[in-house]
Write a protein that binds this ligand. Structure first.
Ligand code: DX5
Ligand code: ZN
Length: 229
């Protein structure tokens, strides 16, 4: 897969109908989603529990494109193989999840997935300075992780710093949390290319009426592409 730095919209299924994951993934992709973002939460690293590798394996056949798995869990390493076997294209671990993020990224790539590292709002960009050759994606949290529908926390300075650190390396900058038509231009202007959106994509639609998904994706994409360089 060649490196694509164009704007990509990655709906988070944390905001989807939990009784209909497979159909929701297919619907949101049919309505224009570029990636599907899967928020795994363990109730320990974050104060919420969502789903695990079994759910990822179950939805994999319903996702034609990229399955982007965001692990909000600690520890990470014992579960990497299970998520890779479930078909994750990207597996992202939090730099705050343990003392050995360097080894975790090696293990993710060793399991055959692309490696992502996520930074909570309080974590500086410099924390990934020694990880750039092991990383395919940096996820900048613009909410404190655990829940959808939270208020956007502006991390533009961190995104700009990361953009400068990355240079021309093939590393995606992903924004996660509170992304909608208003906040998308802020982060695109700063240099992010993957925009995760849960509530802003799934609002107003359903598997039986997915058209709002498409309208929401189009609005977010247009707002971002209008300023993205
Ligand atoms: C939060 C998750 C985000 C969240 C995004 O911990 O990592 O992906 O689901 O949801 P919205 O777009 O509603 O903020
Ligand atoms: Zn996420």
């Amino acid at each position: 897969m060649s490196f694509d730095r164009n704007i990509k919209i990655a709906p988070s299924i944390l905001a989807a109908d939990f009784a209909n994951f497979g159909a929701e993934c297919a619907a949101v992709e049919a309505q224009g989603a570029d990636w599907v973002h899967v928020d795994v939460m363990d109730g320990h690293f974050v104060p919420n529990i969502s789903f695990g590798p079994t759910t990822c394996a179950a939805i994999r056949p319903h996702i034609k494109g990229v399955m982007d798995v965001h692990l909000m869990i600690s520890p990470v390493d014992p579960y990497i193989d299970a998520f890779a076997e479930a078909g994750a294209d990207f597996i992202t671990a939090h730099v705050e999840a343990g003392p050995h993020i360097h080894r975790t990224l090696q293990a993710i790539r060793g399991a055959g997935a692309k490696a992502g590292v996520a930074l909570n709002p309080g974590t500086p960009a410099e924390s990934v300075a020694h990880l750039l050759d092991l990383t395919d994606l940096i996820c900048v949290m613009t909410v404190n992780p655990g829940f959808g529908g939270q208020k956007f926390i502006d991390m533009s300075d961190k995104v700009k710093t990361l953009r400068a650190m990355i240079g021309d390396r093939p590393i995606h900058i992903e924004i996660d949390g509170g992304v909608d038509q208003k906040t998308a231009p802020i982060v695109a202007q700063a240099g992010a290319d993957v925009l995760v959106a849960g509530s802003a994509v799934f609002k107003g639609g359903s598997v039986s009426d997915p058209a709002p998904y498409g309208a929401n994706i189009k609005a977010i994409r247009a707002a971002a592409e209008g300023v993205y360089v």
